[in-house]
Design a protein around this ligand. Structure first.
Ligand SMILES: [Zn+2]
Length: 464
């Protein structure tokens, strides 16, 4: 299989089988997508050093956890599950399921483990380094030695012996060969572009999950988008270093009006998967990864601009029809130990000259706010975009082209909902503060504070 940054995941899934975990995107795309079509239970618990996210693309399944704050989630179409680094987890399909796993491009260490069904205790585990061994090679190696070695199957506490694993539903040897062959051509292609994706093998076997404390979470994308007030709304409140951040976008131009057009620069890649579409150039199950510097929205053609004499921005584009709807999940992986920067800019709709560019730190909120809690701050990108476009819409000189003199129309904020998100972030932070201040425990501590001050006052008075 040739790896590519534009693919139909349902078409690719036809050739996939149980826990293939086939990487789909080109080498170096982070997060990478791994595809499986599962109809038997995963024969072990998988442990990934880094966080991963699993999406239920079809069918129904249960995901079980060990050593976690939840035991399991039952999964239906559109469910996204956040699996924190270091958490043992296993998929058990109840009907044939297409599963998509979002995972670090450099996954570091991984392991499989077996637990006693009676006591829940870990019986054995096999660890590998993804720099030297493919997961599929390791699955096969681990299961083969599990079957051949009774001690790996025997619970030391209870003496219970787990049965050997039937390996006939799995195709890991052939899958590994396919991945190795694809990686050779990927590395040759990268070398021609002067790039290298070599990963140094580790000399330790100690799991170092990302520095974010997280518990497993589940969100259904169709339930989520209904109440999401902005485009690019993060599905999970996990936005720290190493986090995988799936964000929803709902396209409904007939209701929301024109999209407008802007340019976005990001140090992190954006993996865009369509979770349903009608009358659109997008199709259900399609994935694409664009360049780090890309256009967003509908770029109007010169004819559109002339037709739109009132400047209301009613402009078709991109081959979508009037009754177009689409839901997309756009996912990036947060940088670890490297600066994460973005920029948004607008260009003149007549001559493409840059009108304004706003670069920012991806973790910084655009204006003063009384919190540094990353969960409360949400995804600062959204508030940064809102801040920039509000400025540009207030000030016609920022929309006037220095090359051709054209006064560009205001940017259609309504379509994107960013201003709502920024405003609601401020309201949530301020309301939370009034709640924390009003709670009885703080009143007690405040009255204690007053008592202490009164005490100090009388002490000082007695000294006089
Ligand atoms: Zn111009």
């Amino acid at each position: 299989m040739r790896r590519k940054n534009r693919a139909d995941l349902f078409a690719e899934a036809v050739a996939r089988r149980n826990f293939d975990e086939m990487p789909i995107l080109e080498l170096g795309i982070d997060p990478q997508l791994h595809l499986s079509r599962n109809d038997v239970a995963q024969p072990f618990f998988l442990i990934c050093e880094h966080d991963c996210v699993i999406a239920q693309m079809s069918g129904t399944a249960r995901i079980e956890f060990r050593a976690a704050s939840v035991n399991y989630f039952d999964l239906v179409l559109g469910d996204f599950v956040y699996v924190p680094g270091g958490t043992p987890h296993r998929l058990v399909p109840s009907s044939t399921s297409v599963h998509l796993r979002y995972k670090a491009d450099d996954p570091g260490l991984e392991a499989v483990a077996w637990f006693s069904p009676a006591t829940g205790r870990e019986i054995s585990r096999v660890v590998w380094d993804c720099a030297t061994e493919l997961p599929q090679e390791a699955y096969l190696r681990a299961c083969t030695s599990f079957n051949a070695t009774p001690s790996l199957r025997t619970c030391r506490a209870s003496g219970e012996v787990l049965p050997p694993i039937d390996l006939t539903p799995f195709n890991w040897q052939a899958v590994a060969q396919e991945i190795r062959a694809a990686e050779v051509s990927e590395r040759e292609r990268a070398a021609r572009r002067g790039l290298s994706f070599e990963v140094k093998p580790r000399d330790d076997r100690t799991f170092c999950p990302p520095p974010t404390h997280t518990e497993p979470l589940r969100t259904n994308v169709y339930d989520f988008v209904r109440s999401a007030t902005t485009q690019l709304n993060p599905l999970f409140p996990y936005l720290g270093p190493g986090c995988i951040v799936p964000c929803s976008a709902m396209h409904d131009p007939d209701f929301r009006g024109a999209m407008g057009y802007f340019l976005h620069e990001n140090t992190q890649q954006e993996v865009n998967v369509c979770f349903g579409a009608r009358s659109s150039f997008r199709a259900p199950g399609q994935v694409f990864v664009g360049p780090l510097h890309h256009g967003v929205g509908n770029k109007p053609s010169p004819d559109d601009i002339d037709l739109d004499k009132h400047g209301v921005g009613e402009r078709p584009g991109n081959g979508d029809r009037a009754d177009m709807i689409a839901i997309a999940v756009i996912t990036q992986r947060q940088a670890i130990d490297t600066p994460q920067r973005e920029a948004v800019s607008i260009v003149c709709e007549k001559c493409d000259t840059q009108l304004h560019r706003h670069p920012y730190d991806a973790h910084a909120f655009p204006d003063a706010i009384e919190t540094d809690d990353p969960v409360l701050l949400g995804l600062p990108t959204i508030s940064q975009d809102a801040w920039m476009f509000e400025q540009v819409n207030r000030d016609p000189s920022m929309r006037t082209c220095k090359s051709c003199g054209h006064v560009n129309p205001k940017f259609p904020m309504q379509y994107w909902g960013w201003a709502d998100y920024r405003r609601r972030t401020h309201v949530a932070v301020q309301a939370r503060k009034t709640m924390a201040d009003a709670a009885p425990s703080s009143s007690v501590s405040r009255s204690r504070e007053k008592m202490t001050l009164a005490q100090q006052g009388s002490d000082e008075g007695s000294r006089q």
